[in-house]
Design a protein around this ligand. Structure first.
Ligand SMILES: Cc1cc2nc3c(=O)[nH]c(=O)nc-3n(C[C@H](O)[C@H](O)[C@H](O)COP(=O)(O)O)c2cc1C
Length: 215
């Protein structure tokens, strides 16, 4: 085990931020560290313990650049649309500035995804997507993806939960040679962080979203 940060569980859970501007694009990430994080991810739950997950780790510069190009195009489309982070809650004096910073940060990563040293794409075997119980499907990969990100943070690595690459899911599947029944979930850029101090983020108050014994 190569822990580099001394974080207790609550600190780990509350300071694993979406890292974009503080990803160190120059420092190599040893595959051994990625393997450790993935071993931890495999301890996550999966429906019926099926473990029908697959983990794509992309380190090849040309492949990263190609994925980065698709990602940049997807980010440009997202930023031009009405749902972009920076266009939400603009009139709210508390949330507006935070949203603008997020939008700015999304644009920054959009330009650099292909330069991040390691791109990880957790995938799931699913020939068809169910019309009904989607949580049973995606719940078999997303907790494991988050475990990977927590394990990475504990080792001084930064990650970001990104999904805009799904705009070009087919193109990226073709690029990586994924079998037809294998679906991508998140695209997780992974790099050492510039500094390791991250803080809990401002969130909406718990009592605004808590419903005990019914809505
Ligand atoms: C479902 C989901 C999709 C997301 N997609 C993207 C994305 O495509 N690109 C990106 O830069 N951030 C993406 N994010 C990161 C969010 O913007 C981020 O979690 C949010 O701003 C809160 O920041 P924090 O994670 O540092 O607390 C996504 C997060 C989630 C949960």
């Amino acid at each position: 085990m190569t822990y580099t940060l001394d974080l207790n569980p609550d600190e780990l859970l509350t300071t694993t931020r979406t890292v974009r501007k503080r990803l160190d694009l120059e420092r190599p990430v040893p595959m051994e560290v990625i393997r450790e994080c993935l071993e931890i991810a495999l301890q996550a739950p999966s429906g019926s313990n099926r473990q029908t997950w697959h983990w794509l780790v992309i380190t090849d510069a040309e492949q990263r650049a190609a994925i980065g190009d698709y990602y940049r195009r997807a980010v440009e489309q997202y930023l031009a649309g009405p749902g972009a982070a920076g266009k939400l809650h603009v009139d709210d004096p508390e949330r507006g500035p935070v949203q603008r910073r997020v939008g700015d940060s999304v644009a920054y990563l959009g330009e650099r995804m292909g330069q991040v040293p390691v791109l990880v794409i957790p995938c799931l075997e699913a020939r068809t997507l169910p019309a009904g119980n989607q949580s049973g499907l995606w719940g078999s990969i997303l907790p494991a993806a988050w475990s990977y990100m927590l394990a990475a943070r504990a080792r001084g690595l930064g990650t970001a939960w990104t999904t805009l690459h799904m705009t070009y899911e087919q193109e990226i599947s073709d690029l990586l040679g994924l079998p037809e029944q294998v679906r991508q979930s998140v695209l997780i850029p992974t790099a050492y962080t510039v500094g390791t101090n991250f803080k809990p983020a401002p969130r909406q108050p718990l009592d605004d979203v808590l419903h005990v014994n019914g809505w």
